[in-house]
Design a protein around this ligand. Structure first.
Ligand code: NDP
Length: 451
C-alpha cells in the first residue's frame, strides 16, 4: 500500500478526541500520512461535552460563594441573580472556539479530516459513511466512551452529561443519579446556581477509590451546604407530568419530584457498529477494546487508545497513550505510558485532589504506613465567616519514609496537587517535604508543615 495512492494512509484514526487528535498530530509530525474521521465534533468528550465546559461551569458556580463572602471583605454587592442562558451560551461559544483550534491544529499538520462516521471493514480497510473505502497501514481506534443509562421505565425523560450543557432552562429541582465524579461535580454546580439538589446513589459510598476521609469530608460539607443525599436507593420509574415536572418512583427512599434528572452512572466504551467483528478485534468483559502495553489490539495493524480501552478514563492519560503510540509506531523511539501515580481530581465544591495510594491501599500493599493530616480552616474562609474546613493527608511508607500518597480537599486543591504530584512521582521522602521551607501564608504550605 502506498501513501501516494489516493485514499491510502500510513495511519487512519477513528475519533478526533483527546487521544486521537494527539496521535494524529504526532504521527504526522513524524512524516506519516494521516487521516482522521469524526462523526460529531473535533475535540471529543473532554473539549465538547466534558472537562472543559464542566470546568467553566465550576468557575461560574463559584461566584455564588465568592459574592457572598465579598461582604466581609468590605464589598457591597447588590443582590445577586444568576442567568443560566448567559453562562450556557458563553461556555458553548468557547467550546466552539476550541473546536476550531483543534481542527486548525490537525490542518496545520496536514492531517486530513473526514467529518463522517467510519467503520472497519478489515484489518487495514475502513468504510466512510459517504460510501468511500480507504486503506491504511495502521488504524487507531479512539472513539471514547459515552454515558451509561440504565434500563429504567421512562429513562427517556432523563438526561446525561451530554445534554446538561445545553439545558434550555435552569432546573430549580434536580436529581442526580450516581455517586462518582460527574454526580458530585454537578451537585456542586447546580447547588451554587441556586437549585435544590438531591443525589441518589445505589450504594452507601461516594467516590469509590478516593481516600475515605476526603469522601467523608465532601459529604459532610455538601450536606451542610444543603445538598441532599439518598443512599441505597434506586429508580423504579420516571414519569413526566403534564406540567413538565418529573415524578420519580423510588425504592429505598421516598418518591421525588424534580425538574430534571441527570444520570451520572459511569461511561461505557463506544464500540458498537464499528466493524470490530469484521476486523477480528477482541473485546474485554466490559465491552472495552483489549490492548497490550503498546496499545495494540489482537490484530497487529489495529491499535486503540483512550476511554474505548477503559484503562484509566482520564483525558491526560488518553493524550499520553496517543502520543506514545505515535512516537512508537512512526517515530524513532518507542515508549510506554506509566500508569503509576496518575494525579486525579474531582471538581466538586470544594474540590478533591489526589495522587498515589489511599491510606487503606497503602496499608494493604505496604503493611506499615504513617499518615500525617492537616485539618484547617483556610484564612479566606475564616474572615468570610465560612465554616468550611480543608483536609490534607500524606501517606508515608513507614519502612522507607517515601511519600506514597497525597490526598486533599479544599479550595484550589487540584491546582496545588499537580505540583505536589511531582514529588510523589519522583519518590521523594517525608524529610524532603520537611526540609522545604513553607511559602507563607498559603494553603499549600500545610504540605511541608505536617509533623
Ligand atoms: P463514576 O465511575 O465516577 O461513578 C459512577 C457512579 O454511578 C458510582 O457511584 C456508581 O456506584 C454508580 N453506578 C454505576 N452503575 C450504576 C447503575 N447501574 N445504577 C446506579 N448507579 C450506578 O462515573 P461518572 O459517570 O461520574 O464519570 C465517568 C468517568 O468519567 C469517571 O470514571 C472518570 O474517569 C471520568 N470523569 C473524570 C472527571 C475528572 O477527572 N474530574 C470528571 C468527570 C468524569 P458504585 O460506586 O456503587 O459503583
Amino acid at each position: 500500500m502506498s501513501a501516494e495512492e489516493p485514499g491510502d494512509y500510513d495511519l487512519f484514526v477513528i475519533g478526533a478526541g483527546s487521544g486521537g487528535v494527539r496521535a494524529a498530530r504526532i504521527a504526522a509530525a513524524h512524516g506519516a500520512t494521516v487521516a482522521v474521521a469524526e462523526e460529531h465534533k473535533v475535540g471529543g468528550t473532554c473539549v465538547i461535552r466534558g472537562c472543559v465546559p464542566k470546568k467553566l461551569l465550576v468557575y461560574g458556580a463559584h461566584f455564588a460563594e465568592d459574592l457572598e463572602d465579598a461582604a466581609m471583605f468590605g464589598w457591597d454587592v447588590p443582590e445577586k441573580r444568576f442567568d443560566w442562558p448567559v453562562l450556557r451560551d458563553n461556555v458553548l461559544a468557547e467550546v466552539g472556539r476550541l473546536e476550531g483550534l483543534y481542527e486548525q491544529t490537525l490542518g496545520n499538520h496536514d492531517v486530513e479530516i473526514f467529518h463522517e462516521r467510519a467503520v472497519l471493514t478489515g484489518p487495514d480497510s475502513i468504510q466512510l459513511a459517504s460510501g468511500r473505502t480507504v486503506t491504511a497501514g495502521k488504524i487507531l481506534i479512539a472513539t471514547g466512551a459515552r454515558p451509561f443509562m440504565p434500563e429504567v421505565e421512562g429513562i427517556e425523560h432523563a438526561i446525561s452529561s451530554n445534554e446538561v450543557f445545553h439545558l434550555e432552562k435552569m432546573p430549580m429541582r434536580i436529581v442526580i443519579a450516581g455517586g462518582g465524579y460527574i454526580a458530585n461535580e454537578f451537585a456542586g454546580i447546580f447547588h451554587q446556581f441556586g437549585a435544590h439538589v438531591v443525589v441518589v446513589n445505589r450504594g452507601d459510598a461516594l467516590l469509590r477509590g478516593y481516600d475515605e476521609q476526603m469522601r467523608d469530608r465532601l459529604l459532610q460539607i455538601s450536606m451542610t451546604k444543603g445538598i441532599e443525599f439518598r443512599f441505597n436507593s434506586t429508580f423504579d420509574r420516571i414519569e413526566k407530568k403534564a406540567d413538565g415536572a418529573l415524578r420519580l418512583a423510588m425504592s429505598g427512599c421516598d418518591d421525588i419530584e424534580a425538574d430534571a434528572l441527570l444520570f451520572a452512572t459511569g461511561r461505557i466504551p463506544n464500540v458498537e457498529g464499528l466493524g470490530l467483528d469484521l476486523a477480528g478485534v477482541k473485546l474485554g468483559a466490559k465491552g472495552e477494546i483489549k490492548v497490550d502495553a503498546n496499545s495494540r489490539t489482537n490484530v497487529s495493524s489495529i491499535f486503540a487508545v483512550g476511554d474505548v480501552t477503559d484503562r484509566i478514563q482520564l483525558t491526560p492519560v488518553a493524550i499520553r497513550e496517543g502520543h506514545a503510540f505515535a512516537d512508537s509506531q512512526f517515530g524513532d523511539h518507542a515508549w510506554h505510558v506509566d500508569y503509576d501515580n496518575v494525579p486525579n481530581a474531582v471538581f466538586s465544591h470544594p474540590p478533591i485532589a489526589a495522587v498515589g495510594m489511599t491510606e487503606s491501599e497503602a496499608k494493604n500493599k505496604l503493611g506499615q504506613v504513617r499518615t500525617y493530616t492537616s485539618d484547617f480552616r483556610p484564612m479566606k474562609n475564616v474572615l468570610a465567616g465560612r465554616n468550611e474546613r480543608s483536609l490534607y493527608k500524606l501517606v508515608v511508607d513507614a519502612a522507607t519514609d517515601v511519600v506514597v500518597g497525597i490526598h486533599m480537599i479544599g479550595p484550589d486543591a487540584p491546582e496545588i496537587l499537580q505540583a505536589a504530584a511531582i514529588a510523589v512521582k519522583a519518590g521523594l521522602k517525608k524529610p524532603d517535604f520537611d526540609n522545604t521551607i513553607a511559602l507563607h501564608p498559603t494553603m499549600s504550605e500545610e504540605l511541608v508543615l505536617m509533623r
